[in-house]
Design a protein around this ligand. Structure first.
Ligand code: ADP
Ligand code: TRP
Length: 327
């Protein structure tokens, strides 16, 4: 069966963008592929988080992954820093990557621009660490968002180059995996492009009904359509995107007709979106609280994940050593 691996950096709680853009597809994939999911805590070190935050945040995301429906017996979940084998592969892969090509990665350039006082080497080699995460399991597919395309390109380059240098067919080239045809982008409710932590416009899976409703009711709209069947401006399209992801087709069509005949009332539409989002999030939130209150269970799940991931990574690293020429 084809192997699948993916991870999310534990920088804050999961929001609807993470859920609909990534974790929901992890949940769907776990029944069809040989999956492993992880929490990329090493990757979060590029911004120098405090030790207590590191300790807490991996646990937080673990509880949230589980609450979303990941089943660790089916798809082991591990914490990246529990698998030291990754670092050996990271070192080997770094030997074959060139400064110029890493400097050209857009995410590096963006981060370097945003945090000019902290352009550390970890930031530069972030894509090779990501490649090691993937190649250590010789994964075929990686479900990620559009923003990860260039990092995935580096992962494929690492695989190709290793195979070429040593004249082997050892690493498969991992492919991006998009669950739906169009990679789903969850918009912001503030009229901005996407929902994201750094955008500060998130609805979190931990938010209670009141908070969700308040955030939805504050969503930016316009003064309404004046001509029947007019195209929707971006802020309105965003509202409809929320309906598409959280409401039934029937509800969507109802409001679409109201838009088309100019009788739409945004207040009603927002109330409907809020109710449907609350219905999606409430059971997840309840399970987050349940999992978070049982740290022994979280420890067991992470320990099991680490055991499976280490075995998989160790087997790869052992072969890699052999190929490179180490005993
Ligand atoms: P953030 O942008 O909030 O910091 P991350 O960059 O940590 O989120 O994203 C983790 C995963 O969630 C990635 O696979 C990313 O593509 C996905 N993701 C994040 N925000 C969105 C969004 N608004 N729509 C769709 N997917 C998203
Ligand atoms: N770079 C990814 C992100 O920012 C997180 C990540 C790290 C990852 N290693 C990975 C994703 C390996 C998929 C596979 O979202």
């Amino acid at each position: 069966m084809d192997k699948v691996v993916s991870g999310i950096r534990p920088t804050g709680n999961l929001h609807l963008g993470n859920y609909f853009g990534a974790v929901k597809s992890f949940v769907q994939m776990q029944t069809q592929y040989d999956c492993m999911f992880f929490i990329a805590d090493w990757h979060s070190l590029t911004t120098h988080p405090k030790p207590e935050d590191i300790r807490q945040s991996a646990r937080t995301i673990l509880a949230e992954y589980l609450a979303c429906g990941l089943e660790p017996e089916r798809a082991p979940i591990y914490i990246q820093s529990d698998v030291p084998e990754t670092l050996e592969l990271y070192l080997y892969l770094n030997m074959n990557m060139y400064l110029g090509e890493l400097e050209r990665v857009t995410t590096f350039k963006e981060k370097a621009r945003k945090q000019p006082d902290n352009v550390n080497a970890g930031l530069l080699t972030y894509p090779t660490l990501m490649a090691a995460d993937i190649l250590q399991h010789r994964a075929a597919y990686v479900p990620v968002g559009k923003d990860q395309e260039q990092n995935m390109e580096v992962a494929r380059k690492c695989a190709r180059r290793f195979n070429h240098i040593y004249g082997v067919e050892f690493f498969p080239e991992p492919q991006n995996f998009y669950f739906s045809e169009k990679a789903l982008k969850v918009p912001g409710l503030d009229g901005s492009g996407k929902m994201g932590k750094s955008e500060g416009n998130c609805i979190y899976l931990r938010d209670d009904d009141k908070t969700i409703t308040k955030k939805v009711m504050r969503a930016v709209t316009d003064s309404g359509p004046t001509e029947p069947n007019s195209p929707k401006p971006e802020v309105i399209e965003n509202l409809f995107t929320f309906m598409r992801i959280a409401s039934t087709d029937e509800t969507y069509r109802y409001f679409d007709e109201k838009w088309n005949d100019c009788s739409i009332r945004y207040g009603d539409m927002k109330k409907q979106i809020a109710a449907d989002l609350c219905a999606t999030v409430a059971p997840i939130r309840e399970r987050i609280l349940e999992y978070s209150s049982d740290s022994a269970r979280l420890d067991r799940i992470a320990a099991h994940g680490a055991e499976v991931a280490r075995a998989s990574a160790a087997a790869t690293v052992q072969e890699v050593r052999h190929i490179i020429g180490f005993k």
